[in-house]
Design a protein around this ligand. Structure first.
Ligand code: FNR
Length: 185
């Protein structure tokens, strides 16, 4: 069964380490899996229930539809102050109000990259907590935390050339594909 995954990026920075990771993924996919990026979460306004009551912003509805029709989502994000960046949390808050809620039952993998030693591990666990409420099917293992990312990624060229990192990201994609096939069956 062919599968299609989408990447959701938690950084707005042009030379983002995490953007370089997301960009590397299509070349690391197992047989039968394609990956494409979702739009920028920077296109979402700050969540406001009054705005929602009038009309959901177009970028929110578009992303919700793209997630709904995907077989899985890969969230690639930095850690900010030991947690999830506000721009990503804002996007999750918007998406959580759309019906049908696009992340419900959706296979999700999390990847974080940081110049620090533990690669954004704390943000992953805060993100998992929100995804429990959204009833997403978050992949438990393998986890993908890229520590010392500045040494492994050429942010200027937006390239991830570190062989060991490419290898473990590839293994996570294999696991996400297995979860997605199980969910589809
Ligand atoms: C950071 N950074 C950071 N790193 C980390 O490992 N743990 C953290 O808690 C934080 N906190 C934090 C807060 C804020 C406001 C900023 C701007 C940065 C450093 C962060 O990992 C680094 O800037 C990355 O390069 C950001 O990811 P992108 O934009 O390169 O993908």
């Amino acid at each position: 069964v062919p599968l299609h995954f989408v990447t959701l990026l938690g950084s707005l920075r042009e030379k983002s380490l995490n953007a370089a990771v997301a960009k590397a993924l299509p070349a690391l996919t197992p047989e039968g899996v394609t990956i494409s990026p979702l739009g920028s979460v920077g296109a979402f306004p700050l969540y406001n229930a009054d705005v929602q009551d009038q009309r959901f912003p177009e970028p929110v509805l578009l992303m919700a539809e793209q997630i709904r029709s995907a077989d899985g989502v890969i969230i690639v994000t930095p850690e900010y102050n030991y947690s999830v960046p506000g721009v990503l949390k804002n996007a999750i808050d918007w998406l959580s109000r759309v019906t049908p809620q696009p992340l419900a039952g959706k296979p999700v993998a999390i990847q974080t990259a940081s110049p620090g030693a533990i690669g954004g591990a704390r943000a992953q666990y805060h993100l998992r907590q929100s995804l429990v409420f959204l009833d997403a099917m978050v992949l438990n293992k393998p986890e993908a935390m890229i520590g010392q990312a500045a040494q492994k990624i050429d942010a200027e060229a937006q390239e991830l050339n570190d062989a060991a990192t490419r290898e473990f990201l590839g293994r996570q994609l294999v696991a996400l594909a297995a979860l997605a096939r199980k969910m589809k069956a």
